[in-house]
Design a protein around this ligand. Sequence first.
Ligand SMILES: N[C@@H](CCC[C@H](N)C(=O)O)C(=O)O
Length: 271
Amino acid sequence: MTVIAFEKWQALGNDYLVLEEDRLPAPLTADQVRALCHRHFGVGADGVLLLARTSDAGFVADLRIFNPDGSEAELSGNGAREAIMYLHRHGWTDRRQFSIRTVAGEIRPTILDETRCRVDMGRAKLHSAKDFPSGGPDGRGELAGRTFQFVSIGNPQCAIAVEDPDALDLGAIGPDIEHSPLFPNRTNVSFYAPLDEHAIRARIFERGVGETLSSGTGATGAAVAHVLRGGSSPVTVRLDGGELEVEVEDDLHVNLTGWALPVFRGEIDLP
Ligand SMILES: N[C@@H](CCC[C@H](N)C(=O)O)C(=O)O
């Protein structure tokens, strides 16, 4: 038996288990991630956040992000805010502005108060040879009769403007888009509808997860797509689990603001 200590967090209902690498008896495996995230046989979560101390003075921690299917994601907007607020509450740093390193690169949070932070996520890109190789420089494409906007926020996002996101059965249409051959690394999908110049309603189907109550990078992908189609920054994104604010600069530099809270901590024995 392996005993794994965790703290469960959620941000707009997007829940993650935070693990500290130093406290693991052995390197985390994909099987363990699947077992931890399982909603009936494990703790239950939309993913795992693995935090490691780093000797690089420029960073407070290295953050790795795993989906419930055991795959590793380059970035998560909600997961990053949960990890950031965890680092703040657990005293890894007393600075209100710092950097952490993810597979997608550096992200720079500013702690706003005890539950909220604003995260500089870097520049969104509309082209990725790795994630959407057949895409042109504008990232536009068509799939099963729907026009989409590809956006890379470190991880791949396919944002689709629809009339009424609430009328869709995401569980039925999400998997074919996630696994489309257009996206060799699979993709996250956001279905959104503009509410006004500065607001959209969005629902999310995540790569390696399925439908979730919210996604920070999904919200960011949809906000970038909204701005490219005439909307204006900042964009308030109304998700099933609450609202996020996304600032999109002219060069597509994005900042994401929202809350994250701990739920409970514990230990689980895994075979
Ligand atoms: N929940 C997320 C995104 C998590 C990663 C995603 N499933 C992927 O595989 O890229 C968020 O808040 O951004």
